[in-house]
Ligand binder design. Structure first.
Ligand SMILES: Nc1ncnc2c1ncn2[C@@H]1O[C@H](COP(=O)(O)OP(=O)(O)OP(=O)(O)O)[C@@H](O)[C@H]1O
Length: 263
């Protein structure tokens, strides 16, 4: 089983940032390919920076990020990224957006078409392949973005607030889709979210980043996502005492000075 690891990783954005400020300090974190890790933390605590490091978009100032012991120094097909802004190509229809990573790998057109159709079904958009991007709702666009991320069969899905711009109802449906995809794809998930509730509902571990410099204040195993996958209604899960109590703990860790004390 693949493991994505941050080994003593620190980050400053160097002279270009003109602050010289350490954004992340000595992060040690491992993500197995059967885990769903949600990262929460105050604005500016370094969540997106952490994800960009895992994606290989930026390099650490110290330490290293590795998959199965091999250092990551660039983006790769083994890691797929989905952002809040779907970043789809407006000149391509839904099917060709999904098939794009396969076209880059010179997969024959008929095979790309077939794979994209399967992925459209998988994300709940059967028959939508010919749709133009501007014909799709925000939720549908994120579904296409997730399908495109899955097209390269990544070992890790790196999700930066992918549901942040969606209305509550759509977000709820998409949360369940993310869980299903995680359980079926065999890819590990690293999810950045501002929603404590979302982190608790989806993740197998919730990591709290505290700021200045960003460091891990808590790393808490949770299991509500498995209850969702087993068909337990989300509203029932959210009523559990255990859910409330973890919600409070995480809120305190993020908003109180406890984060600093716990580090
Ligand atoms: N490209 C960059 N150049 C310089 N500084 C940056 C850059 N990107 C982020 N920063 C700084 O790094 C710190 C952490 O930013 P980051 O976006 O990783 O935090 P975040 O926790 O994701 O924040 P938010 O929740 O607001 O999205 C901030 O102080 C930010 O200003």
């Amino acid at each position: 089983m693949s493991i994505l690891s941050f080994e003593n990783v620190s980050l400053d954005y160097g002279a270009a940032a003109k602050t010289g400020k350490l954004v992340l300090g000595a992060i040690n974190l491992s993500l197995r390919a059967d885990e769903f890790v949600a990262v929460i933390g105050r604005s500016g605590s370094g969540k997106t920076s952490l994800l960009n490091l895992a994606a290989g978009f930026i390099a650490p100032s110290n330490g290293r990020i590795a998959i199965d012991g091999v250092t990551i120094d660039r983006p790769g097909a083994d890691r797929a990224v989905v952002f809040q802004d779907d970043a789809l190509y407006p000149w391509l229809n839904a099917r060709d957006n999904i098939a794009f990573p396969l076209a880059l790998r010179s997969v024959p057109r008929a095979d790309r078409f077939e794979a994209a159709e399967k992925l459209l079904n998988h994300v709940g958009l059967p028959g939508a392949g010919d749709k133009k991007i501007w014909e799709l709702s925000g939720g549908m666009r994120q579904r296409v973005g997730i399908a495109r991320a899955l097209a390269s069969s990544p070992r890790f899905l790196l999700l930066d607030e992918p549901l942040g711009a969606l209305d509550a109802l759509t977000r709820g449906k998409m949360q369940e889709l993310l869980l299903t995809i995680w359980s079926q794809s065999g890819a590990g998930v690293l999810l950045i979210t501002h929603s404590i509730e979302e982190a608790l509902l989806l993740a197998t571990r919730v990591v709290v980043l505290s700021p200045d410099p960003g460091r891990i204040a808590a790393d808490i195993p949770v299991s509500f996502g498995r209850e969702v996958l087993a068909g337990q209604p989300v509203r029932t899960i959210k009523k559990q005492n255990a859910f409330h109590s973890l919600q409070e703990t995480l809120t305190d860790l993020i908003h109180d000075e406890q984060a600093e004390r716990a580090a």
